[in-house]
Design a protein around this ligand. Structure first.
Ligand SMILES: [Zn+2]
Length: 440
């Protein structure tokens, strides 16, 4: 043991870990800890005249702090009051201050920072963090806003974007009272070896929304973007062409593949209705394979293959669902090509297959993607834009939405998303197991 020199008072200060404070007493009420603390400075000068101040009593101030050993904890700061000994001095009386406990604060700065880190970086719910710290929801959300806003507003966060992703994300899920509201997400796809970063989220889905965000960047930033990945939405394409004329526009593979599987769903619902006269329900052959139909062909087991083929046998008399399924799989396989010429040829075969299929949903999809031919094939010639990042970001966004139980306030939503998916956090301030205590 190497701690014999540490006295009892010092032990308290070590546990407290608050610079300039010492622990005076510990009490427990209903499973919560109360730590009485005071500053170690018992000599101070008048801020106006510099004379040594005289003590003028004490006043306890209660603030929430980090939990200690899993229990919500309050500090009772026995605050010193001081008085200038010269009556003529304008300073009069004052109380001591600490950067760790702001005047009128209901929690310590370190507890506020930790609340922000857990909600922002950790993606935990405000309610869960509020519970651990023994605080109200509003207090924690204010701490997140106060400490998180500077991280999100830091201009350096937007630097160095060479590949930009533009993506519509459903901001609110549709409920009985309001429809789905869309937002436009801007993602940094520059790094292909690490996670993508969410640059911003702005309310609305339109070329205007994207244009005004791009206009907000300086010329140097806009010139630095060489590739822009987008989902197949004309408004975005127009805004990108206007404001980032030097960037190659690339259709995001994730969205293209999704369109293929969406077409499978559309055809399945129509055929279901035409053959059985009602919406799909348990026991209907096509309804039974609705999820298996969306699976990649190489993700099947023998059992799921058998189920798929059996369902199509029973529910798809004209082979329309099967044709849509093949088209979706082929669209997915298109992205395995590395050679641009072969990719272009494969895409042409795919268009022909859809046009000849006599399935209206496939013909429509083929017309749509044909109108995006340049942007779709740019994926194979332009640059290494990976599909992974956008997908990963979408998963993170879903997680934040799930934890937030639906957001009513867009500013809170944006802050939470950017803190979770768009901010580089310093390593958390954990105390490593190092130093002087060794089990023997
Ligand atoms: Zn004075």
């Amino acid at each position: 043991m190497g701690t014999e020199t540490t006295g009892a008072r010092d032990l308290g200060a070590v546990v407290l870990g608050l610079e300039g404070f010492e622990l005076v007493a510990v009490d427990e009420h209903d499973g919560e800890l109360e730590l009485a603390v005071q500053t170690t400075a018992d000599l101070t000068g008048c801020l106006v005249c510099g004379a040594v101040a005289e003590a003028h009593g004490r006043r306890p101030v209660r603030v929430r702090d980090l939990p200690v050993a899993g229990r919500p904890t309050s500090l009772i700061w026995i605050k010193r009051l001081w008085r200038c000994r010269y009556e003529a001095c304008e300073m009069g009386t004052w109380s001591e201050t600490s950067p760790e406990i702001a005047p009128r604060a209901s929690l310590t700065a370190r507890a506020a920072r930790e609340a922000c880190r857990r909600v922002g970086q950790g993606g935990e719910s405000v309610a869960a963090v509020a519970w651990d710290l023994g605080l109200g929801w509003g207090t924690v959300m204010r701490a997140v806003a106060e400490h998180g806003a500077p991280l999100v507003d830091d201009p350096a966060r937007l630097e160095g974007v060479a590949a930009l992703g533009v993506d519509e994300t459903a901001y609110l899920a549709a409920t009985s009272t309001h429809g789905t509201e869309f937002a436009t997400g801007l993602v940094d796809l520059t790094r292909t070896d690490g996670p993508a970063r969410l640059l911003d989220v702005v309310p609305g889905r339109s070329g205007t929304v994207l244009s005004s965000w791009l206009r907000g960047r300086d010329a140097g930033w806009r010139a630095g973007v060489r590739v822009a990945a987008l989902d197949p939405f004309r408004g975005y394409a127009t805004a990108l062409r206007t404001h980032l004329p030097g960037a190659v526009r690339v259709l995001d593979a994730f969205h293209v593949v999704k369109l293929g599987f969406d077409a499978v769903d559309q055809v399945r619902r129509r055929v279901q209705q035409e053959t059985l006269g009602h919406r799909g329900r348990a026991g209907d052959p096509l309804y039974g394979i609705r999820r298996v139909l969306r699976r990649g062909h190489d993700h099947h087991s023998d059992l799921s293959w058998t189920r798929l083929l059996h369902g199509l046998d029973l529910g798809d008399p004209d082979g329309e669902v099967a044709a849509a399924w093949i088209a979706a799989q082929e669209l997915r396989l298109l992205y395995r090509h590395t050679d641009p010429t072969r990719a272009a040829a494969a895409f042409y075969r795919w268009l022909t297959f859809c046009a000849d299929s006599e399935v209206p949903e496939l013909q429509r999809l083929a017309r749509t993607l044909d109108s995006w031919r340049d942007e779709l094939l740019a994926r194979f010639t332009a640059a290494d834009v990976s599909n992974g990042p956008t997908e990963a970001i979408n998963l993170l966004i879903k997680k934040v939405k799930r934890v937030g139980h639906g957001f009513r306030n867009f500013a809170n939503y944006r802050l939470r998303l950017l803190l979770h998916c768009g901010t580089v956090w310093d390593a958390p301030a954990t105390t490593m197991l190092r130093g002087h205590l060794h089990a023997s």
